[in-house]
Design a protein around this ligand. Structure first.
Ligand SMILES: Cc1ncc(C[n+]2csc(CCOP(=O)(O)OP(=O)(O)O)c2C)c(N)n1
Ligand SMILES: [Mg+2]
Length: 395
């Protein structure tokens, strides 16, 4: 055992200015915000935002995501997809991360990150297939290094450590970026991941999407910590907050974290402050545990109006642009829905894939029986999409 250095009063006279309990560590958590809820600039903007026009594509993407989100909920309500986890209110986070990530970086999403995947080039059709219970929607040839949607809470975080470790071992200038919710930060995997990443100084960025709820559990009951970003302190790594409803702040903070990772300066935790304007998923009814007043108050801070107001102040956006955009988004989403509905259902065999390296015998029998049924010359007519059952869990 290492000996503990100590001194006794016999050896040294006490120093009257000394404390028996010196401060051995201090920390502070910074929160980045550039735009107020009305789109007014609060501070000089980072370089990428100097030209307002340069952020019009981001604004378009945020609107496309919101249009898609409303359509996906309508599809679920009419029985055409099984479940769906809404992105309403987190559009700035998703689009900012999509803009900041390099194409060689690796994204490890949770189930709520269809917006970032959209930015990575993954088609809306895939997201619909996924929530329609079709695993072909969880394979992303458009961005093949990115990981699939992850429903088990926080399990993507240790995976991200493995990815970042591999990048470091190979000496690559790349980073892994994992996303999780406020609730996920209470899981062992969260602490284990940031702890290991800190010790090994890995090129990892963990973005906590703090939408104030884990299903019905509000943030105040999730943790007594003043911020979730400060969990980074215990892991000895960089941690900070950003206003997740401010696209410019999010882009700035994520880009800086990625730059640190590329430069070998280690991992970061970013707590993105936002609010879940939707139910948890379509299987939830949030009106049973939060008030209409609370929800209405939060619409005041939502990210799309904030960016639009800023673009309009800067002369980079007009009412006519807005009308054209609404039309273009609706067309793009309708085209994706048509393609989804026209996609033939997957083979029955699909539900047995990716479970085991060698399927246990009872499951193998079931698979063979399902395949034999699939192969019958005149199988029963497939159910129309909207009547097809879906076994995907609500999370
Ligand atoms: C390991 C595990 N435990 C429990 C669940 C059930 N579950 C689904 S979502 C959720 C809450 C997650 O909240 P948060 O991390 O804040 O993410 P959000 O849904 O708000 O994006 C829970 C407990 C799960 N999917 N996985
Ligand atoms: Mg949450």
């Amino acid at each position: 055992m290492a000996s503990v250095p100590h001194s006794t009063t016999q050896e040294r006279e006490p120093d009257p200015g000394a404390s028996a309990r010196p401060v051995v560590a201090r920390f502070e958590v910074l929160c980045t915000r550039y735009l107020d809820p009305h789109g007014n600039e609060l501070a000089p903007l980072p370089d990428f935002a100097r030209e307002a026009k340069a952020l019009v594509p981001a604004y378009r993407a945020m609107n496309l995501l919101r249009t898609f989100d409303a359509k996906a909920i309508a599809l679920q309500r009419t029985g055409q997809i099984g479940t769906y986890a809404s992105t309403l209110g987190k559009e700035a986070i998703d689009v900012a991360i999509g803009l900041a990530l390099g194409k060689d970086d690796v994204l490890l999403p949770s189930y709520r990150e269809s917006g970032v995947l959209l930015m990575r080039g993954v088609s809306l059709v895939r997201t619909l297939l996924y929530w329609g219970g079709d695993e072909r929607g969880n394979v992303f040839p458009e961005s093949p290094r990115d990981f699939p949607f992850c429903v088990p809470i926080a399990t993507q975080l240790p995976h991200a450590v493995g990815v970042a470790y591999a990048m470091k071992l190979r000496g690559e200038r790349r980073a892994a970026l994992a996303m999780c919710g406020d609730g996920a930060t209470s899981k062992g995997e969260f602490y284990e991941a940031i702890n290991a990443a800190g010790v090994w100084k890995l090129p990892l960025v963990v973005v906590i999407v703090n939408n104030q709820y884990a299903i019905s559990v509000p943030r105040a009951q999730q943790s007594a910590a003043q911020t979730l970003a400060q969990k980074a302190v215990a892991a000895g790594i960089h941690g900070e907050q950003a206003d997740g409803n401010d696209l410019i702040a999010m882009r700035d903070v994520v880009s800086r974290a990625l730059d640190r990772a590329y430069a070998g300066d280690g991992p970061s935790v970013i707590e993105a402050l936002t609010y879940r304007l939707s139910d948890h998923t379509t299987a939830d009814d949030a009106s049973r545990y939060r008030s209409a007043e609370e929800l209405a108050g939060q619409w005041h801070y939502e990210p799309i109006a904030r960016l639009r107001d800023w673009l309009v102040h800067a002369g980079a956006w007009s009412k006519a642009d807005e009308e054209k955009l609404a039309h273009a988004c609706a067309e793009q989403v309708d085209a994706a829905v048509r393609e989804y509905l026209a996609t033939p259902p997957p083979r029955a065999e699909q539900m047995f894939e990716h479970l085991y390296q060698r399927l246990p015998q009872p499951l193998a029998w079931q698979r063979d029986a399902a395949c034999a049924e699939d192969a019958e010359p005149s199988p029963p007519a497939p159910l129309p999409r909207r009547e097809r059952g879906d076994s995907r869990s609500s999370g």
